[in-house]
Design a protein around this ligand. Structure first.
Ligand code: AMP
Length: 190
C-alpha cells in the first residue's frame, strides 16, 4: 500500500503520517524532513537548499526525486510508503508514477487534506511561535502557500483521472481527521 498525503503546508500531513507509521507499520517519506536533516548535517546538499527553503520556494525536482528514489525500496519492503510533501510538481508526480511502475508497484490512494487558508495561517503562526521553524515566518509561509496553489494543486486532476483521489476534511480535531483517513485506507483494495 502506497499513500500520498496531499495538502497545503501545515494541513496536518506530518502529524497524520506519524500516526500511520505507529499504527500501520508504514514508512513516512517526507522530503521536507529529509531536506531538514541534510541541513542539520551540514552536507553540501543541505547548504545548497537552505536559502531556497528559508524563502519558502521549492527545491529542484532533481534533488527531491533523488531522495525519494533512494528511500523507496526500504519503505515498500516495510509496510508501504506514505508520501508526505512529495510529489509537489507535475514532473515529480510523473516521475513517481514511472518509478513505481518500474518496480511493479503503484500509488494506491491520494488523500487530500482540505484546510482553509485562515486556519492554515493560524496554525502556522502558532507553530512558528512554539518551534521557530525558519520557513514558518509569515513572509515565507505566503510563498509556500503560493507555491502550493501554483505548482502542486495542478496534480489533483492527474490523480482524479486515475480514480485515486479522496478528499478529507482537515479542519477537525486530529482524531476526527484520523478517523476519516482510516476509513479511506480501509476501503482500498490492495
Ligand atoms: P515541508 O516540510 O514539506 O513543508 O517542506 C519544507 C520545504 O522543503 C519546502 O518549502 C521546500 O522548500 C522543500 N521541499 C520539501 N519537499 C519538496 C518537494 N517535493 N519539492 C520541492 N521542494 C520541496
Amino acid at each position: 500500500m502506497n499513500l500520498i498525503l496531499f495538502g497545503p503546508p501545515a494541513a496536518g500531513k506530518g502529524t497524520q503520517a506519524k500516526r500511520l507509521v505507529n499504527q500501520r507499520g508504514m514508512v513516512q517519506l517526507s522530503t521536507g524532513d529529509m531536506l531538514r536533516a541534510a541541513r542539520s548535517s551540514g552536507s553540501v546538499l543541505g547548504q545548497r537548499v537552505a536559502g531556497i527553503m528559508d524563502r519558502g520556494e521549492l527545491v529542484s525536482d532533481e534533488i527531491v526525486i533523488a531522495l525519494i528514489e533512494e528511500a523507496l525500496p526500504a519503505a515498500e519492503a516495510a509496510g508501504g510508503a506514505i508520501f508526505d510533501g512529495f510529489p509537489r510538481t507535475v514532473a515529480q508526480a510523473e516521475t513517481l508514477d514511472d518509478m513505481l511502475t518500474a518496480r511493479g508497484s503503484r500509488i494506491d490512494l491520494v488523500l487530500r487534506l482540505r484546510v482553509d487558508d485562515d486556519a492554515l495561517l493560524a496554525r502556522v503562526a502558532k507553530r512558528f511561535a512554539e518551534e521557530g521553524r525558519s520557513d514558518d515566518n509569515p513572509e515565507s509561509f505566503k510563498v509556500r502557500l503560493a507555491a502550493y496553489n501554483a505548482q502542486t494543486t495542478p496534480l489533483l486532476p492527474h490523480y482524479l483521472a486515475q480514480g485515486k483521489l479522496v478528499e478529507v476534511d482537515g479542519m477537525g480535531a486530529i482524531d476526527e481527521v484520523a478517523r476519516e483517513i482510516d476509513e479511506a485506507l480501509d476501503g482500498v483494495k490492495v
